[in-house]
Design a binder for this molecule. Structure first.
Ligand code: ISL
Length: 611
């Protein structure tokens, strides 16, 4: 069945009594190489994760998502997988994995794996065989094409189409030995699998069943909307945050068919206890409705990308622009409405591919700290991190917390190009500076703001050497694979948890609210004051109760319009640390958020909102 357009099902409110468990859940993402190093070699690992499980259980999250831990040459930090059914020795062993899974379950949390099946590593046995000759049994497991007619293979312009890679340069890699190109939408070491070959699909399904049989609780599916390629033809240049060619393969012709097949082959009959989330760059709402409509049985939820593209300029992510809060509100409200009663949203403001949320959307206070105003810097970092957290977590959907977000880790003061590790950043710099002659200072300025490396420094656990990332951190071998952010002595989990202004404690309260208050989990979302440039305000309504969320997302005080005030309302939550015990403030201080409970006719609710 080919599905290109939405045939939207009837919208219907969500019945809390009949809702899947993940509708009340909060997920925590672990990027294992940077989370915690249990064996003191400077590289995060499974033992490190296990040693920090109590921190996560204490936070109150329901699910852990592990970024890839499989054997990998690590050209893209594990998103280039050489063996789907083992653990990279740098992370540990299968036995340690089983122990981690059991320890996670013992604490009442679930664990989902990263499923990266749009592509493999070029060191995967499937690809080694595929590239061995044109007649290889698995030749057709990947996408091989001849050079463009009239061109000599391997020369500029000879690529079969003009498609570009997500990581700069052409999306095709020349293979001298067999005289053909292979498709690779990401790094040259990440060849795309050919999903139109049923043997590929069934090999993937078998592998997924193997992990479920081992006890894992679901999958986060890497770029799953890119698996069905359309026509291999040249495309016209277009302004888009996706690389040239994406319209041929993003949400491609058979993607919904493949996901339904995957559901039948892998999840059917056992999905009540599992969860799936598809990562889907370049996906419009119409496709999101199809992916997440429960009656279609594809995936439970997807990561959309529109909201994290709103501060990209015409030139894409390396042309950063100022975010207009009105655009962000309109976008998120559109997704809230569009999936209400039809599908399900995931909620995120950062992850391992995005800059840190407090630096990007808030004020991380580092400028103030540099000027010697440590107290001011810490105050504004706390306030803006918690205000954004509340705005996100009180929407309808499943929130995702990225490691370090829960105590306000910040972007990184990268000096020169040698400080960057990510293949995306390194390739972009080389292309922009060396091939296109851009001014290195401009390229570096954009990299500092937008690079994925901002999210990948070691987690700052305490103020000991290297932020306490490694067991035995004082040993020379325990130098982390990537330097810890120099602000670790001030910004770390231990300091935050001991502080009177604790971001961690605020996240605990947000997470608890979702568990205890059905309005948070299921209420309808209505945006207020869409044109206001400082205020993000909305209500969530379920039955005769509503929550009103008002957040001042600016460094200036903000008078509350009358539409955002409720006389006599009960204060449910605020990030203000002094002087607010009344539910009807007239003015929000810089970065202040207030959540009040009201009855739907505007009177006093009297209901216990849960915290
Ligand atoms: O971060 C991006 C580049 O700006 C995104 O385009 C990103 O590459 C895209 O969202 C896909 O991400 C996923 O697949 C990549 C991997 O590098 C990312 O870490 C992963 O999240 C290839 O597997």
């Amino acid at each position: 069945m080919t599905q290109h357009t939405a045939n939207a099902p009837e919208t219907h409110p969500i019945d809390p009594a009949d809702a899947p468990w993940w509708t009340r859940a909060v997920v925590y993402q672990i990027y294992p190489r940077s989370f915690a190093d249990g064996d003191g070699d400077g590289f995060g690992d499974l033992a490190g994760i296990r040693s920090r499980l109590d921190h996560l259980a204490d936070l109150g999250v329901d699910v852990l998502w592990l970024s890839p831990i499989y054997p990998s040459p690590q050209h893209d930090n594990g998103y280039d997988i050489a063996d789907y059914q083992d653990i990279d020795p740098r992370f540990g062993t299968l036995e340690q994995f089983d122990e981690l899974l059991a320890a996670t379950h013992e604490r009442g949390m679930k664990l989902i794996m990263d499923l990266v099946v749009n592509h493999t590593s070029d060191e995967h046995a499937w690809f080694t065989e595929s590239r061995s000759s044109r007649d290889a049994a698995r030749r057709d497991w990947y996408v091989w094409r001849d050079p463009r007619p009239g061109f000599t293979g391997g020369t500029p312009g000879a690529e079969p189409t003009n498609w570009r890679s997500f990581f700069s340069g052409p999306a095709w890699q020349w293979d001298e030995a067999t005289g053909q190109y292979y498709l690779r939408l990401f790094a040259s070491q990440q060849p795309d699998l050919n999903w139109d070959n049923p043997d590929v699909r069934h090999a993937v399904y078998a592998m997924m069943r193997w992990w479920l049989d081992r006890g894992v609780d679901g999958f986060r599916m890497d770029v799953i909307n890119l698996i069905s390629k359309g026509e291999y033809v040249d495309v016209e240049p277009a302004t888009s945050s996706m690389p040239l060619g994406a319209e041929q393969y993003a949400n491609g012709p058979r993607v919904h068919e493949y996901l339904q097949e995957m559901h039948r082959e892998v999840f059917a009959g056992r999905d009540a206890e599992l969860m799936t989330v598809g990562e889907t760059p370049g996906t419009p709402l119409e496709h999101a409705q199809l992916y997440t409509d429960p009656t279609r049985a594809e995936v439970d939820m997807i990561f959309q990308f529109e909201h994290v593209g709103l501060d990209h300029g015409k030139g894409g992510k390396w042309d950063p622009a100022t975010l207009d809060l009105r655009h962000l509100k309109a976008n998120l409200a559109r997704w809230q409405d569009g999936l209400y009663g039809r599908g399900w949203n995931s909620l995120y403001l950062n992850n391992h591919d995005q800059p840190r949320l407090v630096s990007r959307f808030g004020d991380d206070g580092q400028a103030a700290v540099e000027q010697g105003n440590v107290e001011d810097g810490e105050r504004v970092r706390y306030a803006s991190a918690t205000a954004w957290a509340a705005v996100l977590h009180l929407q309808l959907g499943t929130p995702f917390v990225y490691q370090g977000e829960e105590f306000g880790m910040t972007n990184v003061p990268f000096a020169g190009i040698d400080d960057f590790f990510d293949v995306e950043a390194v390739n972009h710099y080389a292309e922009a500076v060396q091939q296109q002659g851009a001014d290195p200072r401009d390229v570096l300025a954009a990299l500092r703001l937008m690079t994925r490396d901002n999210a990948r420094t070691p987690v700052q656990w305490d103020d000991s050497v290297h932020g306490g990332f490694s067991a035995g951190s004082d040993q020379p071998d325990a130098t982390p694979w990537m330097p810890v952010n120099p602000n670790y002595a001030m910004i770390n989990a231990a300091a935050d948890r001991a502080s009177s202004r604790s971001i961690f404690r605020f996240y605990q309260r947000l997470i608890a609210l979702r568990h205890t208050d059905d309005v948070v989990a299921f209420g309808r979302f209505d945006l207020l004051e869409p044109e206001h440039e400082q205020l993000f305000a909305y209500t969530r309504t379920l039955g005769d109760r509503a929550l009103l969320v008002t957040a001042n997302l600016s460094g200036q005080p903000c008078a509350l319009p009358s539409s955002c005030r409720r006389a006599g309302a009960d204060l449910v939550l605020t990030n203000a640390t002094e002087g607010t015990d009344d539910g009807d403030a007239a003015v929000l201080r810089p970065w202040e958020v207030r959540v009040v409970a009201v009855s739907v006719d505007g009177g006093e609710s009297g209901a216990d909102a849960g915290v």
